[in-house]
Design a protein around this ligand. Structure first.
Ligand SMILES: *[C@@H]1O[C@H](CO)[C@@H](O)[C@H](O)[C@H]1NC(C)=O
Ligand SMILES: *[C@@H]1O[C@H](CO)[C@@H](O)[C@H](O)[C@H]1NC(C)=O
Ligand SMILES: *[C@@H]1O[C@H](CO)[C@@H](O)[C@H](O)[C@H]1NC(C)=O
Ligand SMILES: *[C@@H]1O[C@H](CO)[C@@H](O)[C@H](O)[C@H]1NC(C)=O
Ligand SMILES: *[C@@H]1O[C@H](CO)[C@@H](O)[C@H](O)[C@H]1NC(C)=O
Ligand SMILES: [Cu+2]
Length: 215
């Protein structure tokens, strides 16, 4: 009986966090946070927002969630007005990643963004880019977009930086990546890079456990 109750409590706790998803606190996202639309492209926002300034190197995204652990990756589009997943693909059709998928633990964190280290052509000071963070805390992939202009004169405000002491994430390990100038020795506690193929399976984790409990 005790075992049954603890299983039920676990199942209930898992269900009760499903609605919180994840939210980005920096930089500005496309449109107000809309929890219900997070499984959709750019949280359901098709129109790019007014762009905010973002560092050319050593930028980061800060996020909060009630899920842990999670799988995180960040896509990049150089389209002036990205409105579909295709705008975030490489010429050969795969995800155009600025941060490879990795595993994060905890209910808040930050992801290092180094647009010039990702092997994507045409990225320089003044470029308009859109970042799309993909977050999977066990209830499917969720999406938030940030429309920015890269500016090497822009410094992230110190009250925001104070929330990012251990940035996580690495550029994709493709041979075209340019890792020169990529910071090392930070965020070492944070998550190994996992392959994109494994990523799909991780998303099934919580759903699989629930299916067994509820069966
Ligand atoms: C963008 O900025 C213009 C001018 O400040 C403003 O009129 C417009 O409402 C803004 N658009 C969005 C989506 O915030
Ligand atoms: C970036 O976008 C702004 C408007 O959001 C535009 O004024 C500017 O010309 C664009 N820059 C480039 C390099 O396309
Ligand atoms: C980078 O772009 C910003 C804004 O467009 C500009 O103020 C700055 O001088 C540029 N930096 C360089 C090195 O050209
Ligand atoms: C810093 O993080 C806390 C907790 O996640 C959040 O409430 C606060 O708004 C963040 N501050 C800034 C400036 O982003
Ligand atoms: C690699 O990136 C660094 C700094 O971002 C830059 O100075 C260098 O020219 C780049 N090298 C190549 C081959 O793109
Ligand atoms: Cu959720």
């Amino acid at each position: 009986m005790k075992l049954t109750w603890s299983i039920l409590a676990t199942a209930f706790a898992a269900v009760s966090v499903v609605n919180a998803h994840f939210s980005i606190t920096f930089p500005e996202v496309r449109g107000p946070f809309n929890e219900d639309n997070e499984p959709q492209f750019c949280d359901g926002y098709m129109e790019p927002a007014n762009r905010t300034r973002f560092p050319l190197t050593n930028g980061f995204i800060t996020w909060e969630s009630s899920h842990s652990p999670s799988t995180i990756g960040v896509l990049l589009s150089t389209s002036a007005s990205p409105t579909s997943y295709g705008d975030f693909h490489t010429p050969s059709g795969g995800d155009q990643l600025v941060v490879d998928y990795f595993k994060a633990t905890g209910t808040s964190g930050c992801v290092r963004i180094m647009p010039t280290a990702a092997g994507i052509s045409g990225i320089q000071n003044g470029s308009n880019i859109t970042l799309q963070m993909v977050y999977d805390g066990g209830d499917g992939k969720l999406y938030q977009c940030m429309d920015v202009t890269l500016d090497d004169q822009y410094n992230i405000p110190s009250d925001v930086s104070a929330n990012c002491t251990k940035p996580q994430g690495q550029p994709p390990s493709s041979s075209s990546s340019n890792n020169s100038g990529y910071p090392t020795g930070t965020g070492s506690s944070g998550g190994a890079v996992i392959s994109t193929a494994v990523n799909g399976l991780l998303g099934l984790g919580l759903a699989g456990v629930l299916a067994v409990i509820l069966a």
